[in-house]
Each structure stands twice: as structure tokens, then as C-alpha cells.
Design a protein around this ligand. Structure first.
Ligand SMILES: Nc1ncnc2c1ncn2[C@@H]1O[C@H](COP(=O)(O)OP(=O)(O)OP(=O)(O)O)[C@@H](O)[C@H]1O
Length: 544
């Protein structure tokens, strides 16, 4: 209870304080200030709740695919082109590395410029009679040095989510349409996280020329597997499938896997067992982070075995620095200090089965050197052998290589001027009247490029100094051949190829050297072949 004496005391103190004029002024200031601050806060709350009820705000972070959707969508907006202060970009990075369609490329094949929101810029845009504000912010990521994280914020003057949903659907579709023609390839980084390496155009399956039935065997098996999820679940069998493609180098193993990925619309995750710093735990992490439907690819698994895998955890090699260990396969890290053990790999492969719908592809050139435990069903269910080129493959490769890329005109079928290329003029022009312009190789006789000219061969007997080079030059396009001519040339080419002696990659390399000269390609293949086989023999003698 407050006694009257205490009340009198308080009253006395207050009147004493108020009697000091400065204190009185401060009190007034305090009250007025508080009043205005309260009003300001009220107004701010009112404003933000008004904004919230009229505006929709959505944020997109650059680590999420939706950011790429929006960037693509924005770059395609007609009204966006009128915006001032934009970033001009020809880089694929901001647009998710999606391959551009033909309309988005300039005549030289380079991407046309894209207008992108400038960093720290705000823009207003009209879309379907709706006003919106777009802000792009770039902020440093703490602890990641100069790396920045981008985000895009879109505020739309709308009461409900319909317009945002429409934009998102449209943006996603634009992205997927662009992606429809490509597959994404991922690799793991040193922190054992998957990161996008590249987008690759889908390779048509029929461009992989194998012995009859092989391509269909693998593709149909994979298709059937993906469609059998329930079958596996009902029987309690882990929903997994492993393919081991083995055989000659350059026979199309990797190409087939990428092509199948395109056919099945699956992304490819490259697991490099020989990656520096990778150990059993890291491998399990990587595998458990794979998405539900994808292709996990382990290339040259024998090289990884040879270099880094053992039954037990391998000891650190004495007196041998990580840098001195050779690289097992191209495109992968240059040095290996991988500490993956075979048992770790086997466990990880079984772990793959625990996840739904993953397909594992492994390739090797040394089938016999693989541990039987690795190859057993359940880990590698289907083993497919890839051999050196057969005559059939050589013929098909030739046919595809010189197939005209422009659409076939009816005139091609109507005019069949000279179906026997052996009768054509040595320089490639035919002598049959009206259709002679269909084949005009435009090269003088005896000007066949050597596929791998020695530097000295390239630089000799020329008055002006000829460029010195190794490799084959890329020259123009082949003349248009009629289908009969193409078949005859392909047969002539294939008849010179011995069964299973050279790889498809070597044949492709030879045809590249004759890119615009199909007649010479068929005519001179024997000469090239002799050289090729002699080189191979010399190489194998050096090895043994
Ligand atoms: N069967 C084939 N059909 C079409 N092209 C082929 C075929 N085999 C190889 N090639 C061509 O040869 C090149 C190398 O092929 P790829 O990398 O697929 O061979 P690989 O068997 O995986 O070789 P490696 O075992 O050395 O990795 C590619 O450019 C590919 O186009």
C-alpha cells in the first residue's frame, strides 16, 4: 500500500524536477519525439501491410534452378529490351549454360546478346498488364573470398498468386524447352558436392554405330528398368541397375552412355574414383546425394582400380607425392590422391541400390583385370563388350559422315546421274550432263591431306613459309552425294577395312581428315590403313 507520505514525496520530487526548466523542455521533447516515432512506425507498418496486400514478392537465389528460369524468362521479355541500365551478356553462365536455339545464335553461330538485370539495379516492367519491380542483388558469400551470391527479387502488383504462377510456369517452360535438347553433366568438387560441369546437346542414338542389336539391347534394358519401379518394390528387390561396358578404346562406350542419357532424359553424374582427396566416406556421400533418376558414370574403372583401389584402405604411398601419380582418364583431375578402397566402392555400389531408379554405367578397357566382386550381378547386371570396328560399322560410319546435312530435295531422287563413283572424274566432278554439279569436290587431283602430317612435311617445298602443324585441318563441307553414290562409296570404303583391326574413333579421325572429300576418303583408305596398322604394331612392340 502506498502511504500518503510516500505520495507526497513523489509529488515533491516531480514538482522539483519540473521546476528545472531544462528538464521540462527535455520531457516535452521526449514526448513529442516518441509521438512522431510511434506515428512513423505505424505508418511504416501500414505501408508494408498495404504493400503486402497489393504486392507479391518472390526471391530467387542463384544456386537454385528457378533463378536460371527467371533470367531466361527476363531475357526473352519484349518490354525488357526497353529497359535502361542493363547488363549485356553473351555468356551462357547467367542463363544456366543452356544451349541456344538457332534463332538465338547470330550468323556466325555465336549467341546473340542477352539483356540481363544489372547488379544492384531495380526495374519496373509490365507483363500482361501487370506492374512489377525487379531487383538484382549480388552479395559476397562469407568465407568464400571474392565469390558472390546473386539473387533476384520480383515484386508484382497483384492480389493473388495467379500471375506469379503464370510467370513461373512460363519461365520454367522456356528453360526446359531450351534444356530439352541437352543433358546436364555434373562432377563432384573437393567438398564432395555435385556441381554442374556443362550442358551437352543430346547425341542421337543412331549416331552411335555398333554391331546390330547392341545399342537396342542396352537402351531397351534401361528403359524397361526405369519402367519397373513397382515390380522391384513388390518383390523387395533394390531398384538398381548396373551396366559394365568393356572393350577396345575408342569403340563408343562413353558416347553410347551420353546418348542413352539424352534418350532417357537423365542427367549424367561423373564419379571420378581417382579424384584427389576422395575417400570411402566421400564416395558414399556423393552417391547418397545423387538425385532419384540419373546416370552415375564411372569411367575407366580399371585405371582407378590400378591406381588407387585396393581391398583394404590403402596406405599413403611412401616417398611418393600425390602429384607424381599418373592421371587415369582424360577430363578428370590431373593428379590422384584418391583413398577409395575396393570395399568402399563395393559398399557404395550397394548403396546406390538403396536409392530409387539410379543407373550406374562403368567403362573399362581391361575387363579381365576387374575384381569379380565388382562385376557380380546386383552391382554390374549387364556386361556388354565393345569391339574394334567391323566392316558393317565402317560402312555405316562412312554413310553417316557424308550424309548431306541440308534437307533432301525431290531433285535428288529424280536425278541419279552417276551411281558408280569409280566412273567419276578423279577430281570428283562427274560427266553426266545436268546433274554434274551435284558432285564437285573442288580439289585438284592428288591433294589428299595427310591425316597427321609431320611438321617437316607440312613446311617443305613451298616458297612462302607454310604453317607448321600436327593434326587434320577442318575444311568446308562435303559435296552433296546422291544416295546411290554414297552407298557405293561406303561399300568401297568398308571393303578396305579389315574386321576388328581399327577402332571407330580412328576411322572417324581418318574421315575427319577427308571431311570434304568422300571420293578420296574411299579411294585412299588402304594407304591410311597400312600406316595406321604399322603404327599400332610399332606401338605394341614398344610396349612388349
Ligand atoms: N561406335 C561408334 N559409333 C560412332 N562413333 C564412335 C563410335 N565409337 C567411337 N566413336 C567416336 O570416337 C570418339 C571416341 O569415342 P568414345 O569416347 O565413346 O570411345 P570409348 O570406347 O569410350 O573410348 P575409351 O575407352 O578410350 O574411353 C567419339 O568422338 C565418337 O564419336
Amino acid at each position: 500500500m502506498t502511504t500518503p507520505a510516500a505520495l507526497n514525496g513523489i509529488r515533491l520530487i516531480v514538482s522539483l524536477i519540473l521546476s528545472i526548466s531544462a528538464l521540462r523542455d527535455w520531457a516535452k521533447l521526449l514526448i513529442i519525439g516518441s509521438f512522431f516515432e510511434t506515428c512513423r512506425r505505424l505508418l511504416a507498418t501500414l505501408w508494408s501491410s498495404t504493400i503486402d496486400s497489393f504486392f507479391l514478392t518472390a526471391s530467387f537465389e542463384d544456386y537454385d534452378d528457378s533463378y536460371k528460369w527467371m533470367m531466361i524468362w527476363l531475357s526473352k521479355q519484349p518490354s525488357w529490351k526497353n529497359v535502361r541500365n542493363v547488363n549485356i551478356s553473351t555468356s551462357e553462365r547467367y542463363l544456366g549454360n543452356v544451349p541456344r536455339s538457332e534463332e538465338e545464335l547470330d550468323p556466325s553461330g555465336k549467341p546473340k546478346v542477352s539483356y540481363l538485370p544489372a547488379v544492384s539495379g531495380s526495374y519496373t516492367l509490365w507483363y500482361k498488364y501487370t506492374w512489377m519491380r525487379i531487383t538484382r542483388i549480388s552479395e559476397p558469400i562469407p568465407g568464400w573470398g571474392p565469390n558472390n551470391r546473386d539473387s533476384l527479387t520480383i515484386s508484382i502488383l497483384a492480389r493473388n498468386h495467379d500471375i506469379l504462377n503464370t510467370i513461373l510456369q512460363e519461365a520454367k517452360k522456356a528453360y526446359q524447352d531450351a534444356q530439352g535438347s541437352s543433358i546436364t553433366v555434373y562432377v563432384s568438387d573437393s567438398a564432395n558436392c555435385w556441381r554442374e560441369l556443362a550442358k551437352r546437346r543430346k547425341r542421337p542414338l543412331d549416331s552411335i554405330i555398333l554391331d546390330p542389336g547392341i545399342r537396342e539391347l542396352v537402351v531397351e534394358d534401361a528403359q524397361d528398368f526405369l519402367a519397373s519401379k513397382r515390380w522391384y518394390a513388390e518383390r523387395g528387390i533394390p531398384f538398381r541397375r548396373g551396366y559394365l561396358l568393356y572393350g577396345a578404346p575408342g569403340s563408343g562406350k562413353t558416347s553410347l552412355i551420353h546418348s542413352i542419357a539424352g534418350e532417357l532424359e537423365l542427367d549424367v553424374y561423373i564419379i571420378s574414383l581417382s579424384r584427389s582427396g576422395l575417400d570411402d566416406t566421400g564416395l558414399s556421400e556423393l552417391i547418397s546425394d545423387l538425385p532419384e533418376r540419373c546416370i552415375a558414370l564411372m569411367e575407366d574403372i580399371d585405371a582407378a582400380l590400378h591406381n588407387s583401389l585396393s581391398r583394404e584402405d590403402p596406405p599413403t604411398p611412401p616417398n611418393k607425392s600425390a602429384e607424381s601419380i599418373p592421371i587415369p582418364s582424360p577430363g578428370l583431375p590431373t593428379h590422384t590422391t584418391s583413398r577409395v578402397s575396393l570395399s568402399g566402392l563395393l559398399n557404395a555400389l550397394d548403396g546406390i541400390g538403396a536409392q530409387e531408379g539410379r543407373i550406374l554405367f562403368a567403362t573399362t578397357n581391361k575387363y579381365s583385370s576387374l575384381d569379380p566382386a565388382l562385376c557380380r550381378p546386383g552391382r554390374m547386371d549387364l556386361h556388354v563388350e565393345f569391339k574394334l570396328a567391323s566392316r558393317h560399322q565402317a560402312e555405316e560410319l562412312f554413310r553417316r559422315f557424308y550424309l548431306p546435312s541440308s534437307p533432301k530435295t525431290p531433285a535428288d531422287d529424280d536425278q541419279e546421274p552417276n551411281s558408280n563413283p569409280a566412273q567419276s572424274h578423279p577430281n570428283g566432278s562427274t560427266h553426266d550432263g545436268g546433274a554434274s554439279n551435284l558432285i564437285d569436290l573442288g580439289v585438284p587431283e592428288n591433294t589428299v591431306d595427310s591425316p597427321l602430317p609431320s611438321p617437316s612435311a607440312c613446311s617443305e617445298k613451298s616458297e612462302r613459309v607454310a604453317p607448321t602443324y600436327i593434326g587434320t585441318r577442318h575444311r568446308g563441307h562435303a559435296p552433296k552425294l546422291l544416295s546411290k553414290q554414297l552407298s557405293a562409296l561406303a561399300a568401297q570404303f568398308a571393303s578396305a577395312i579389315p574386321e576388328r583391326e581399327v577402332s571407330m574413333a580412328a576411322l572417324q579421325g581418318y574421315l575427319m581428315s577427308q571431311k570434304s572429300r568422300p571420293l578420296e576418303a574411299a579411294r585412299d583408305v588402304s594407304t591410311w590403313l597400312q600406316r595406321e596398322l604399322a603404327t599400332k604394331k610399332a606401338e605394341s612392340e614398344t610396349k612388349s
